[in-house]
Design a protein around this ligand. Structure first.
Ligand code: XMP
Length: 516
């Protein structure tokens, strides 16, 4: 086991929508955290030598038939435990307290009064704003336990046993709406559980380099690079671990953003010495896309050709033993591994556009334990440029799903030019990093305009910017009007073929992020 895993925090997931958030918050304090299924046996837990356990929230009632199984022996160990919401009720129930459903819960923002400023609430205000989301409540404490805080509705908001090795909150400290949540979590990690802040990008890199060398031995590794941050970090990490025995390939399908392939290769090859090859396969992709307007057909053509190209190029690279890819921790969690299912699913929506089904490589996934912000920190530590690290997510089919209707080289070029201007202005106005994803869409509608004394009849461009945490839901970004004016003026004045710009104000749901 790696040293940074030891002394980490294990989170038993009882089904809360916030479990990933708990894991991220813990890691923000440089403490390793891992999500495990609720029924994980004490034996398994002990092999991981954790400093602390967190019992997450969840939709069940501790006294209901559907309450998830868990190993009660965990409660008798000396490992400090923090229970959150359902986790609080679970601790109360199993230590002899009373949990009841009183018919009314607390949802949303609530005010709590702190009754004891020791331990969990060291340094906290007397009165604090928190986020609640519960139906059941603790109506009687277990013997020897005491209340740490109560809500303005008289509900026990936090409690602890006598030595505070068991503490619990009815509210959610991991949610930003809990104003001092970060302080409470920090108090638990360092004052109560005695964790060490050793989970850093530098430690991760050192450990991964050693692990990759051990795993790969004398073998050769192929890395699929898409132009985005995850696969670029994998390429840089593999290079650091095994040098030229790692070969990175970037397949340019002709539908990338302006100069994207070039700048990615430059950053990796010139900047870090990575052994990377770029293949211009655009003719193969674009010739099949002529007259194709149906989005799903476009996706299929691009996805299939990607597989053919990848297979052929991999063959040309000579004998390869491993394939390295940028699977992240949220993909691992979604694929069910943390929920006790052992199936190892390769995400079909993956950025490099899907992989051949009969892969003859063994997979290497050095980022499997990381969240996106951690990948960015690792990228920084490895010396990748900020422009690549902060780049917004980009779909595998690229501009293919941002050119509505026919895809031609001319229309790709119009969209690339316009999109580049849009991105430049977001950087100039300091907005790029406030946005989760921003892009332009070429719409097959021509509208009338006037430039000088000339009547124009040109294309319509849609621009979109959304805020999101994972792309599952999104809100449209409230773009300042002076930025919108600048974008529209500069695009219409300098991109031939566009004479009107519209801003998309649709959230997801009911819209999707992409237009196709
Ligand atoms: P939607 O449009 O479904 O997008 O709201 C959610 C996120 O997924 C990206 N996306 C894709 N990524 N292949 C990909 O690799 C695809 O076919 C694809 N379609 C959408 C989209 O850019 C957004 O980040």
């Amino acid at each position: 086991m790696s040293t940074y895993h030891k002394g980490g925090v294990l989170i038993l997931d009882f089904g809360s929508q916030y479990t990933q958030l708990i894991a991220r918050r813990v890691r923000e304090h440089k403490v390793y955290s891992e999500i495990l299924p609720p029924e994980t046996a004490l034996e398994d837990i002990l092999t991981r030598s954790p400093s602390a356990l967190i019992l997450s929230g969840g939709p069940s009632s501790v006294f209901g038939d559907e309450a998830p199984d868990f190993d009660q022996a965990i409660l008798n160990t000396s490992i400090p435990i923090l229970g959150i919401c359902y986790g609080l009720q679970l601790l109360a129930h199993h230590h002899g307290g009373l949990v009841e459903s009183t018919g009314s819960g607390e949802y949303g923002s609530a005010e709590i009064q702190i009754d004891s400023h020791d331990g969990l609430f060291t340094g906290a205000s007397n009165c604090s704003q928190v986020w609640m989301s519960h139906m059941d409540r603790v109506t009687q404490l277990p013997n020897g336990w005491h209340t740490l805080a109560h809500s303005s509705n008289g509900v026990i908001a936090a409690m602890a046993n006598s030595d505070q090795s068991r503490v619990a909150t009815q509210f959610h400290p991991e949610v930003v709406h809990t104003e001092e949540g970060d302080l409470f979590l920090k108090n638990f990690l360092f004052n109560i559980a005695g964790c060490n802040p050793t989970w850093t990008a530098g430690n991760f890199i050192d450990e991964q380099v050693a692990l990759i060398r051990k795993h790969v031995g004398d073998g050769k590794v192929l890395v699929g690079v898409s132009g985005g941050v995850d696969s670029s970090v994998v390429a840089a990490l593999m290079h650091k671990a095994i040098g030229d025995r790692s070969t990175a390939v970037l397949i340019d399908h002709g539908l990338m953003r302006k100069d994207e392939a070039k700048s990615c290769v430059e950053a990796l090859k010139d900047g870090l010495g990575v052994n990377i090859h770029c293949f211009d396969e655009s003719e193969l992709f674009l010739s099949q896309l002529t007259d194709i307007t149906d989005p799903e057909k476009k996706r299929k053509i691009i996805g299939n050709q990607f597989i053919y190209s990848f297979d052929r190029i991999a063959g040309e690279m000579g004998e390869m033993d491993f394939l390295a890819q940028g699977t992240l921790y949220p993909d691992v969690i979604e694929s069910g591994v943390s929920k006790g299912k052992s199936a190892h699913v390769i995400k079909s929506h993956h950025n490099v556009g899907g992989l051949p089904e009969d892969m003859r490589f063994e997979l290497v996934e050095p980022l499997r334990e990381l969240f996106k912000d951690e990948v960015r920190n690792v990228g920084r530590e490895l010396g990748l440029p900020e422009s690549l690290i902060e780049r917004h997510p980009f779909p595998g089919p690229g501009l293919g799903v941002r050119i509505i209707g026919d895809i031609t080289r001319e229309r790709i070029s119009i969209l690339q030019e316009a999109d580049q201007i849009y991105m430049d202005i977001l950087h100039e106005d300091g907005l790029y990093n406030d946005i989760w994803q921003a892009f332009s869409v070429l719409i097959p509608v021509q509208t009338v305009g006037v430039m000088g004394d000339q009547r124009t009849y040109e294309n319509l461009l849609g621009i979109r910017a959304v805020t999101s945490t994972d792309g599952m839901t999104a809100d449209w970004f409230r773009m300042p009007s002076k930025t919108l004016t600048k974008i529209s003026n500069r695009i219409v004045n300098s991109v031939r073929g566009i004479n009107r710009v519209v801003y998309d104000i649709t959230s997801k749901p009911p819209g999707t992020i992409e237009w196709e």
